[in-house]
Unconditional design. Structure first.
Lengths: 256, 301
């Protein structure tokens, strides 16, 4: 069955989530990936929402974290201190799955502001909210970003969410407890990190993406090792679940 | 029997003085104390400091109306309806000061204030530009310290003690005991840290009713100074188990909010010229239209 790029990203994201994990996931593809994982290999995945919602079972998409549609049939309602404090700050969140405006080769992410196009100055966005807390404290994080030269850059404009900072042991030296980014997921490839330098390295390239396209879309120098595997295509079952159960309105899975 | 703290929204707004630090109630487009922001704007509040983990419509209205000097926040938006364009533009243009932290950092600063502690250690923000900028903007609020017991690096956050906290609740009594249904984000900590607390409630009930299930009381009345019973006080944001957000009105707001001029038109039509909360409700279609937003009792929205 033919699939969209966002469906491929959903499946690639879902495969990084394990059964029994406690996860904080952003809206859109991360949320859809978590729902798919829970329906397939990770029925015990538990999703937390920063404002104080534990393991909701939404039956429709809402407009954001604060929309009660996203809280439907939760196990518990709590607070920032109750969830981000006693669970995340306590070190119990296994994985955070976050979007970003810009990402650098050490997985540092900007969720705050970009240079304004066509006018001087900057353009502010909504800000990270709890994203810095998740990036600082979760055992690992997955970052999702659109693969464009202005988004995958050598240096991000603002480190909202710390990755491996300047690489090596600099993250630990800054006093950060959480393990840092595990993957950077784009619409062209999946990145992991080198063990010692903590710089991005290719894990897989999405089907149909050429080396030239990948280089042209990346704003920093990218090494493409010979024999880099292709990201596995979604299975028939995964596509059926996405289209009939997880995102039947196709709100997040037609285009990225 | 204790003296009633029931006030009108105008009387409660008068408890906020120009220059005060006000902790807001909402999160994006949920449970904002919108009517309270309207009342502050109508009385011409100025030079306010606003704090909130995630800013929403209530903050954008106050900033757009020129009532704000500084915001202390972790993020802010109207969710998928759009950005807080008055807040963002004011920051872009440097017309307001801002302390931009992580949401948990804002909550921890309230927690320190609520506990009467001078500061709270946190393990977020380290290594980030949030911290680098906060050191420049408000150096008196952050300090790095090695834990005297283990040597581990900690960030210390200065306590926040707002002059006033406003909490939009579903149910309260005349003494200010308030039930907040749904997630409570930072409301308890902000109210605990504040010098004065104002509760705006959809429904006022006798204290005897709350005594039947006191475990549902989230804000204890002993800390509350004023209670304002007001229907649709959070509109156009949602009030869980009572009413849904008003998507149509939020879309209208976001479209107007693109420019200061559009915002000013919105403010005149829906806040200033309407004069009162009742006038505002009439301007957005009246209670008959609003009844269509009433929450499904099972789903809560």
């Amino acid at each position: 069955m033919a699939h969209s790029t966002s469906e491929l990203m959903v499946c690639a994201g879902a495969r990084e989530l394990r059964d029994g994990m406690l996860a904080v996931v952003g809206l859109g593809i991360p949320q859809v990936a978590a729902a798919l994982a829970a329906l397939t290999h990770a029925p015990g995945l538990r999703v937390l929402n920063e404002i104080g919602v534990v393991d909701p079972r939404p039956v429709e998409f809402g407009v954001g974290n604060a929309d009660p549609r996203h809280w439907y049939r939760a196990q518990a309602f709590s607070s920032f201190v109750g969830i981000m404090g006693t669970v995340l700050h306590r070190g119990l969140v296994d994985i955070g799955f976050l979007g970003a405006l810009e990402v650098d080769p050490y997985g540092n992410a900007n969720a705050t502001e970009v240079r304004a196009e066509g006018r001087r100055g900057i353009r502010r966005f909504g800000g990270g909210g709890g994203a810095n807390d998740v990036a600082s404290l979760a055992k690992r994080t997955i970052i999702i970003v659109r693969h464009e030269p202005r988004r995958l850059v050598e240096k991000v404009r603002h480190i909202t969410n710390p990755g491996f900072l300047s690489g090596g042991r600099s993250r630990e030296a800054a006093g950060l407890r959480g393990g840092g980014p595990l993957r950077v997921l784009t619409d062209k490839c999946v990145f992991g990190f080198e063990e010692t330098t903590r710089r991005l390295r290719l894990v897989s390239i999405h089907p149909g993406v050429t080396d030239g396209e990948l280089r042209a879309a990346t704003g920093f120098d990218l090494r493409i090792p010979a024999g880099t595997p292709r990201t596995p295509a979604p299975t028939e079952r995964e596509l059926q679940l996405i289209r009939s159960v997880v995102d039947p309105e196709r709100r997040y899975t037609t285009a990225f | 029997m204790a003296e009633s703290k029931v006030r009108t929204i105008e009387e409660a707004a008068a408890l906020v003085r120009d220059g005060d630090h006000l902790a807001l109630s909402g999160f994006a487009c949920a449970r904002n104390a919108t009517a309270f922001s309207h009342a502050l704007i109508r009385r011409g509040a100025r030079e306010l400091v606003l704090s909130q983990c995630v800013l929403g419509l209530d903050a954008d209205l106050l900033v757009g109306a020129g009532a704000v000097r500084r915001v202390i926040y972790g993020g802010g938006s109207l969710d998928r309806f759009g950005q807080l364009q008055r807040v963002n533009e004011a920051i872009e243009q440097g017309s307001i000061e801002f302390e931009y932290l992580s949401s948990l950092a804002v909550a921890f600063r309230y927690l320190a204030g609520a506990l009467g502690l001078p500061f709270m250690p946190i393990k977020s923000m380290l290594g980030s530009d949030l911290l680098a900028r906060q050191r420049e903007i408000a150096p008196e609020t952050v300090r790095e310290l090695d834990d005297p017991f283990t040597g581990e690096r900690l960030l210390l956050l200065r306590a926040l003690e707002p002059d006033v906290a406003v909490v939009q609740a579903q149910v309260a009594d005349g003494e200010g005991n308030a039930r907040v249904f749904g997630p409570r984000w930072e409301n308890s900590e902000a109210a605990g840290a504040a010098k004065r607390v104002i509760v705006v409630c959809e429904e006022l009930v006798p204290t005897e009713t709350l005594r039947e299930m006191p475990e549902l009381t989230v804000i204890p009345g002993i800390r509350v100074d004023a209670v304002v019973p007001l229907r649709w006080g959070a509109h156009p944001t949602s009030l869980y188990r009572r009413y849904d957000h008003d998507a149509e009105h939020l879309r209208l707001y976001v479209a107007k909010d693109r420019t200061q001029r559009g915002f000013d038109e919105y403010l005149r039509e829906y806040v200033l010229d309407t004069g009162t909360h009742e006038g505002y409700l009439a301007s957005v279609g009246g209670v008959e239209r609003l009844a269509g937003l009433t929450a499904d009792p099972v789903k809560g929205y």
